[in-house]
Design a protein around this ligand. Sequence first.
Ligand code: CU
Ligand code: ZN
Length: 147
Amino acid sequence: MCSSDLSPASGSAVKGTVTFTKVEGGVKVVADLEGLTPGDHGFHIHQFGDCSAPDATSAGGHFNPHGAPHAGPTAEIRHAGDLGNITAEASGKAHYERLDPSLKLDGAESIIGRGVIVHANADDLKTQPTGNAGGRVACGVIGVAKD
Ligand code: CU
Ligand code: ZN
């Protein structure tokens, strides 16, 4: 299993945890976050596991090993890192759970060591190359975790 602890970026109070577990048919992604504004927030794996910049731009663009266009998580052709949106309730808490058929936890396209970003705004799933999701409000690095 892999996981990422997300810390606030860009002066937000957003934090939480994302886990990636290999299961039959792909990788199960489970995220629990708090401190969000209510509504949809773009949620992606980014190229670099580097959250050092205050606005998390150090994580680079969306993880995209195949040079594909940006899209939604159910699109056949997409950035590998396109996980869509995470939806926060009025309390600011958000829960996300999805089986992703294409994420890899090993090999040349492994997501280990990459970044996880939550954005200020919703991902429209079509604007290139970012989904127009706005600033970065939380950032984490994906590491190998104890099962
Ligand atoms: Cu992103
Ligand atoms: Zn993308």
